[in-house]
Design a protein around this ligand. Structure first.
Ligand code: BDR
Ligand code: CA
Length: 311
C-alpha cells in the first residue's frame, strides 16, 4: 500500500476524512500529525487518539504546534463544538500521543518513505511550514501533497475573502505554498460544490457500526448548525480533500495555476490569490480541484461509516 501521512486538527470533518483513510485498502496511514486549528491542541490530540481507538487503527499520533507561527487566531469551536468533537462527552482514549514533535515526525517519515509518501494536510499548515523551515528539501521526498485550504474565488468561510485553514495561519500557508513546487489544492469553493443532502447522509449515519455510531454523535451539533446556516446540503471539506487524495482518478476537472497567500490587506489577510489570467508569469504551483465524481465520493463515505460493523 501507499504510505499516507495526515496532518490534521480534528474537527468533525477531519474525523470523516480519517474514516475514509482508515478504510482504504490501497493506502496505509503511517501517522497522524496534529495541528491546532478548529480547537486547541489539547483537544485536537485527544480527538485524534479517540478516533484511532474507535477505528481500532494502529496509528501513532504526534502533537505539533499549539498555535500559528506569528499571530494568534480565532478557533472554529462554533462549528465543531468546544472540544472539536461536538461536546458529546466521550470517554477519553486509553492510548497516548507520541513524544516526537509533529514537524520532526513529518521529516522522519519523509525519509523513511522517500519518493512514495502521500501527505495530506487537513488543518492550518503550521506543522508543515515548520518542517519545511527545518529542512527545505522536504518536497523532494514527497510523492504528492494534498492540501484542504483556500478560497480560490474569494468566497471565504471565515472572512469574506479567506478560508479557515489558510486564515488561521497565513504565514505558514505562504511558506508551504512557496516551498512546495507542486501541490493539490481542494479549496472551499470545491467543497461548496460537493455538498450532500442531509437526508441522504442521515441514512449513511444509521449504519450498524461503531464508527457510524460515534460519527453520528460527534457530528450532530455541526449538522444542525450547517442545516440552519447552509440549507439542505451538508459539506465536509476534509472528506472531499481526502477522497481526492485516495482516489485521484475520480477527479473530473482540475485547473493548474499560480496561487499565493495574502499576508496583509485590510480585508484580505489569509486570502488565496490565484493568477487566473497568468498576469505575473509565475509558475503554476497548485492543481486546483474543480469537479469530483459525486457518486464515487458518496460511496466512499458510506463505506467508511459502515466499515468495521454489521454481521
Ligand atoms: C476547514 O476548516 C476547518 O474548520 C475544517 O476542519 C476544514 O479543514 C474548512 O475551511
Ligand atoms: Ca480540518
Amino acid at each position: 500500500p501507499i504510505p499516507l501521512l495526515i496532518d490534521t486538527d480534528p474537527g468533525v470533518d477531519d474525523a470523516l476524512a480519517l474514516l475514509l483513510a482508515f478504510n482504504d485498502p490501497r493506502h496505509r496511514v503511517e501517522a497522524l500529525t496534529i495541528a491546532a486549528g478548529n480547537v486547541g491542541l489539547r483537544h485536537t490530540v485527544a480527538n485524534a487518539l479517540k478516533l484511532v481507538e474507535v477505528c481500532r487503527a494502529d496509528v501513532p499520533v504526534y502533537p505539533g504546534c499549539a498555535g500559528p507561527l506569528l499571530h494568534p487566531s480565532r478557533d472554529a469551536a462554533y462549528v465543531h463544538g468546544r472540544d472539536g468533537f461536538g461536546d458529546v462527552g466521550y470517554v477519553p482514549a486509553a492510548g497516548e500521543a507520541g513524544r516526537e514533535h509533529a514537524a520532526l515526525a513529518i521529516l522522519r517519515l519523509s525519509h523513511l518513505h522517500a519518493g512514495r509518501l502521500l501527505l495530506v494536510a487537513l488543518g492550518p499548515l503550521t506543522n508543515l511550514a515548520l518542517a519545511l523551515k527545518l529542512d527545505p528539501t522536504l518536497p523532494q521526498r514527497i510523492a504528492r501533497l494534498v492540501v484542504m485550504g483556500g478560497a480560490v474565488t474569494a468566497h471565504g468561510n471565515i472572512t469574506p475573502a479567506a478560508e479557515f485553514n489558510v486564515a488561521f495561519d497565513p504565514e505558514a500557508a505562504r511558506i508551504v505554498f512557496e516551498g512546495f513546487p507542486r501541490f493539490d489544492l481542494a479549496d472551499w469553493e470545491a467543497v461548496l460544490a460537493h455538498g450532500f443532502p442531509h437526508a441522504e447522509a442521515e441514512t449513511w449515519l444509521r449504519a450498524d457500526s461503531p464508527r457510524a455510531r460515534f460519527y453520528e454523535a460527534i457530528s450532530r451539533q455541526t449538522r444542525l448548525w450547517s442545516a440552519d446556516r447552509r440549507g439542505d446540503h451538508w459539506h465536509s471539506a476534509d472528506a472531499l480533500a481526502m477522497a481526492w487524495a485516495l482516489q485521484p482518478e475520480d477527479a473530473l476537472e482540475t485547473v493548474e495555476r499560480p496561487v499565493a497567500v495574502e499576508l496583509a490587506g485590510t480585508h484580505t489577510r489569509g486570502a488565496t490569490v490565484v493568477d487566473w489570467q497568468r498576469q505575473d508569469g509565475g509558475a503554476d504551483n497548485a492543481r486546483i480541484l474543480m469537479r469530483y465524481d459525486r457518486p464515487r465520493f458518496h460511496d466512499l463515505i458510506r463505506a467508511a461509516l459502515a466499515a468495521g460493523g454489521g454481521p
